[in-house]
Ligand binder design. Structure first.
Ligand SMILES: [Zn+2]
Length: 536
């Protein structure tokens, strides 16, 4: 639904005396740094979900929201939307053993496989369950693709490839990862089909991270929203190394490479491997509460103010964990102290406008993103406005700390009409909007905007660019080292070399996108044929 933005409106927003241009100047590096400094302080202990740091962060954000002039967005005048959380720790009590015509073998956790709960049952297990190789494990009618055909996989354990078919540029968006390619989809689809478990085959390229990252989840407390009575679940969710997967197939006389080659063809059908597996675990459950902080700027147009544009940023991080270099506090300064700082700065600018945008703007600081996007999922499932009144979502997860850039990355480029709008805003500001530079990582499905897309709300996520104005080589190197050295480590802390000037540029651009979106005559829409178009 490509809708050119009226030129007359653009001309107005460009005018120097426009209030939007004036309030832009309220977004400053000092304002951002102040918020980030507090949120990433050791006193907040890494803002782990359900901890004292979680409570302190929420109290602080609500205080700031009130100070800038937002109204409480929770029930009965509260700033807080409670989010119930279930923590499950899974221990393997009898390791994975497999039997087939070619022999039997047992596999060691977490070197060869991992097992994590798929439901709240106390003693989940697979008892001599048949293993079925289901290729990519995808059923996508709009892509004319069905790996399952008419095969009944109830009670089975599915061996499934990560990622989606990539050899046909006209299907599954070529190299771009769709949700079908995410491991979470694999487990969800297996559960919908009545399987009791699934084993995702790990490879570095298909996951985008090494086996150690998968291993780190094994034995650790994993978080869920409370399970609904009718929710399809798996007894256990497992991953296996490529080598272990190969050995599992060989026990039934099958070759993993041949199976994978067959899975790339339309006529693929699930293959019963002639192998059975047994695995027993014990789950320890803990129930507690976290919350989303909601602040509202009511719209100024009587006809449009019951429509809502949502700005999200997660406030949680990983809390206190395994020490690295004698530091056990995972401060999450960039991830996502910067996002909350950006959201509050934008909220302050919006609230300072002489006249509020036509539509209502909801600022949602969501919890438990790092634990599986749970806070935003809870909001999407329990929205404080009717679902069809939520017209767009802008998410902030990490800002540019390396210096000003010419470009800004738009994750989900082309998926909905927010792309066009942002493209035009960027152009008027002498900036360039670029599509996702790592389309195979599936970033559109890995932060909170995804939960809004899932309920049909056109969502966008602007990310730091890489075309730096000065010392580009140095800055690109620093940016790359954030991912390899500091991402999800205790060293994600503010440092003297941080440069928030680029973040200010990006936020001013985002502010203008938000203001325009909140005042469009017609709400944004999905690009025809997009995977989320039908969810609206
Ligand atoms: Zn994050």
């Amino acid at each position: 639904m490509k809708r050119p933005f009226p030129l007359a409106v653009l001309a107005t927003t460009l005018a120097a005396q426009n209030p939007a241009t004036i309030v832009e100047s309220t977004i400053t590096t000092d304002d951002l740094a102040a918020t980030i400094r507090f949120l990433s302080s050791d006193l907040l202990e890494g803002r782990g979900v359900g901890t004292r740091g979680d409570l302190l962060a929420r109290e602080y954000i609500a205080t700031r929201m009130q100070a800038v002039g937002l109204r409480p967005g929770g029930a009965e005048g509260s700033w807080n939307q409670p989010v119930p959380i279930v923590g499950i720790t899974t221990a393997v009590t009898a390791t994975l053993s497999a039997k087939g015509s070619q022999g039997e073998r047992s596999f060691a956790a977490p070197d060869e496989f991992t097992a994590v709960a798929g439901s709240a049952e106390a003693a989940p297990r697979w008892q001599d369950a048949e293993v079925v190789f289901v290729g990519y494990g995808i059923d996508a009618p709009e892509q004319s693709w069905d790996d399952f055909k008419d095969v009944d996989v109830r009670g089975k354990v599915l061996l499934v490839m990560n990622s989606d078919p990539e050899n046909d540029p006209n299907r599954f968006a070529g190299r771009t990862r769709l949700y079908y390619g995410r491991w979470s989809y694999k487990f969800e689809e297996a559960a919908r089909r009545g399987a009791i478990g699934a084993i995702v085959i790990h490879t570095d390229p298909s996951a985008g991270y090494p086996w150690q990252v998968v291993q780190a989840n094994h034995g650790r407390e994993n978080f869920w929203l409370p399970f609904a009575e009718d929710q399809p679940t798996l007894a256990l969710r497992s991953w296996a190394t490529e080598t272990a997967s190969r050995q599992l197939c060989a026990l039934g006389g099958h070759d993993l490479d041949a199976l994978r080659a067959a899975a790339n063809k339309d006529d693929f059908r699930p293959v019963a491997l002639g192998v059975t597996v047994a695995l027993s675990c014990a789950n320890t459950l803990r129930e507690f509460e976290s919350g989303n902080v909601l602040g509202v700027l009511p719209g100024s147009d009587p006809d449009l103010k019951d429509q809502v544009v949502v700005v999200t940023a997660h406030f949680d991080h990983l809390g206190i964990g395994k020490p690295r270099n004698n530091d056990s506090i995972y401060n999450g300064a960039l991830d996502n102290g910067t996002g909350i700082a950006g959201m509050l700065a934008i909220a302050r600018a919006c609230a300072a406008l002489p006249r509020a945008p036509r539509r209502t703007v909801l600022f949602a600081a969501v919890t438990a993103e790092e634990s599986g996007l749970l806070g935003s999922q809870w909001y999407a499932e329990h929205p404080t406005y009717p679902r069809d009144r939520l017209v767009a979502n802008y998410n902030i997860d990490g800002l540019n700390i390396w210096g000003p850039t010419r470009d800004v990355e738009f994750i989900g480029h082309g998926k909905n009409s927010l792309t066009d709008l942002a493209q035009k805003v960027a152009a008027t500001r002498g900036r360039r909007l670029e599509p996702d530079s790592q389309p195979d990582l599936g970033l559109f499905y890995r932060s909170d905007h995804f939960n809004f897309a899932r309920i049909g709300v056109p969502a966008a996520y602007l990310k730091a660019g890489g075309d730096f104005l000065d010392r580009p080589e140095d800055r690109r190197r620093m940016k790359a080292s954030y991912t390899t050295v500091h991402y999800h480590q205790p060293s994600d802390e503010m440092a003297p070399w941080w440069n928030l000037a680029g973040a200010v540029d990006d936020l001013q651009l985002l502010l203008e996108c938000l203001l325009q979106t909140a005042s469009l005559d017609q709400p944004p829409g999905w690009t025809p044929g997009d995977e989320f178009e039908k969810r609206r």
